[in-house]
Design a protein around this ligand. Structure first.
Ligand SMILES: Nc1ncnc2c1ncn2[C@@H]1O[C@H](COP(=O)(O)OP(=O)(O)OP(=O)(O)O)[C@@H](O)[C@H]1O
Ligand SMILES: [Mg+2]
Length: 270
């Protein structure tokens, strides 16, 4: 990581259009991602959230639009370029390998080797221990040789996040990391996200439970049918219910007005 200030723009997507055949999944989205923030990305099913972050990760080439990193336009943009720029994505559909250990999952494809090209087992275990501690993986029984398939859902997300950190991520994208998880497991993932943020890195968090996304995020970016609907810092909203009100209005009318929210006073007669 550089010496850059927290809060400064680190990635800018400018007017991104993405077509799949005749489907325009993104119709011109501009989004700024800032250093050290948790950005909550919200929107209905099919709104274009995954398409947007896959474009950010270089998995999809935009049909048009520009990607800027640290003030420089990056072209060409592909998975290697995104990785070099420090962007790591934890996709639900690119899962860990459950029959392998934590260590082999963290280092899969990027093993630490010695001069003879052999895997340096001790170094990998030390590094895995360090990474898991860094994200607040505190279980007393934690062992880097544990089989991932025996871990809880939240812990598995921790392994995926540790792998992203090992790959020198500055920006970690989590596409629905808590969708299949219980509240306890969700809390574990939140702890990992907090630890990543405390280290000065950025997290983009996609989720369907708006209360969860509200709790963990500093800023929100809402997309609707491939376009930006609205965005704002947490302080721009009066609470999670305000955000939910706007999203409901968006679903019903196609646009949302921040001023139409009237919180009911505690104890007020409805
Ligand atoms: N590889 C693809 N080929 C064709 N169409 C696609 C492809 N990926 C996404 N789409 C379409 O683009 C639109 C946006 O999909 P996307 O997966 O980005 O939505 P999403 O906001 O992530 O939804 P969800 O909340 O259900 O995950 C949808 O209409 C989807 O069918
Ligand atoms: Mg999605």
């Amino acid at each position: 990581m550089g010496m850059a200030e927290s809060g400064e723009p680190i990635i800018e997507l400018r007017n991104i259009i993405k077509r799949f055949g005749s489907v325009e999944a993104l119709t011109g989205v501009s989004m700024t991602v800032r250093r050290g923030e948790v950005l909550g990305l919200l929107g209905d099913n099919g709104a274009g959230k995954s398409t947007l972050v896959k474009t950010l990760a270089g998995v999809h080439a935009p049909s048009s639009g520009e990607i800027w990193v640290n003030g420089t336009r990056r072209d060409p943009w592909n998975p290697a370029a995104a990785r070099n720029a420090g962007i790591e994505t934890v996709f639900q559909d690119r899962a860990l390998s459950p029959q392998h250990s934590i260590v082999s999952n963290v280092f899969m494809g990027r093993e630490i080797t010695n001069a003879f090209g052999l895997i340096n087992v001790k170094k990998q275990i030390d590094e895995a221990n360090r990474l898991m501690r860094e994200i607040g993986f505190t279980s007393k029984v934690f062992n880097p040789n544990s089989i991932v398939g025996n871990l809880s859902g939240g812990e598995r997300q921790g392994v995926a996040i540790a792998r992203a950190l090992y790959n020198k991520a500055d920006v970690i994208v989590l596409d629905e990391p808590t969708t299949a998880l219980s509240l306890t497991e969700t809390q574990k993932v939140f702890r990992f996200v907090e630890a990543v943020k405390s280290s000065g890195r950025t997290v983009i968090f996609i989720g369907h439970n708006i209360y969860h996304v509200w709790d963990i995020s500093d800023r929100f970016f809402v997309i609707d049918r491939g376009r930006e609907a609205f965005e704002g810092a947490k302080s721009d909203f009066q609470g999670a219910d305000h955000l939910i009100h706007m999203m409901r209005e968006l679903a019903e009318t196609g646009h949302a007005d921040a001023g139409s929210y009237r919180p009911s006073a505690p104890g007020a007669v409805q």
